[in-house]
Design a protein around this ligand. Structure first.
Ligand SMILES: C[S@@+](CC[C@H](N)C(=O)[O-])C[C@H]1O[C@@H](n2cnc3c(N)ncnc32)[C@H](O)[C@@H]1O
Length: 225
């Protein structure tokens, strides 16, 4: 059974909390600023989970295919897409064995998933293979070098935490997957995880960016023509 199967029905609750919704906002802003989703773009969302980003990308006019190893996560994603009247193809699939034609997607997108993959190089190579030439490939990840990663690691004492299955990486670790094709890397979520409710806002985010490492980062690669 996939690690996220048992957690699927609770997964979206995080985004309903004040800090979860703030994290989602800054992570989405950063990812989309780099990725530049466009109407009609054929996008593969790897580790789509409950469809958080697949749905946002489809809402922007992208033709989205979402894959995830967890059937329970995929089932929720499918249901949410139907409720929103969005046409998205969801498949239960392992990123390590992507079952698509080579160079069949305009763009590949993956948020908060490589943390749960042991062999990130193998996963990256699979994503790269299905990407068309000149296409963007965006990886978003919790930053190993941040207070957020430390907080999640401390949760590993909790046997029920999904983060006991996580391997956090640094920006450099992800860039090293394909250094020659890195376009840019950026951080966000500078407010630390113990920020008080009153201080969860953009003003504090900007202030903390001066001294803190971002809890999340995105690396944008582009496949050469
Ligand atoms: C933290 S969730 C992120 C979900 C979504 N991208 C988001 O940002 O809300 C990580 C997802 O990666 C999926 N995952 C883990 N290992 C995978 C694999 N080998 N292949 C595909 N998906 C995988 C999990 O099932 C889970 O849904």
């Amino acid at each position: 059974m996939a690690v996220f199967d048992k957690k699927a029905k609770y997964y979206d609750a995080w985004y309903e909390s004040k800090i979860g919704s703030f994290a989602d906002k800054v992570e989405t802003e950063l990812a989309f600023r780099l990725f530049e989703p466009k109407n009609g773009m054929k996008v593969l969302d790897v580790g789509c989970g409950t469809g958080l980003f697949s749905i946002k990308l489809a809402g922007l006019g992208c033709k989205v295919t979402g894959i995830d190893i967890s059937k329970q996560m995929i089932d929720i994603a499918k249901r949410k897409a139907v409720e929103r009247n969005l046409s998205i193809d969801f498949y239960q699939m392992d990123v390590n064995e992507l079952n698509f034609e080579e160079e069949s997607f305009d763009a590949v997108f993956s948020m908060a998933t490589l943390e749960f993959i042991e062999n990130t190089q193998k996963a990256y190579n699979q994503m790269y293979k299905v990407l068309k030439k000149d296409g963007p490939l965006l990886i978003g990840s919790i930053n190993k070098d941040s207070k957020w990663a430390k907080m999640y690691m401390s949760k590993t004492i909790n046997q029920n935490s999904i983060f006991k299955h996580a391997n956090f990486r640094s920006i450099k670790d992800i860039e090293d997957l394909d250094r020659k094709n890195v376009v840019t890397s950026r951080e966000c979520l500078f407010i630390p995880p113990d920020t008080t409710l009153d201080n969860i806002n953009m003003e504090m985010e900007k202030k903390m960016a001066i001294t803190e490492s971002g809890g999340f980062f995105c690396v944008l690669f582009r496949k050469p023509e």
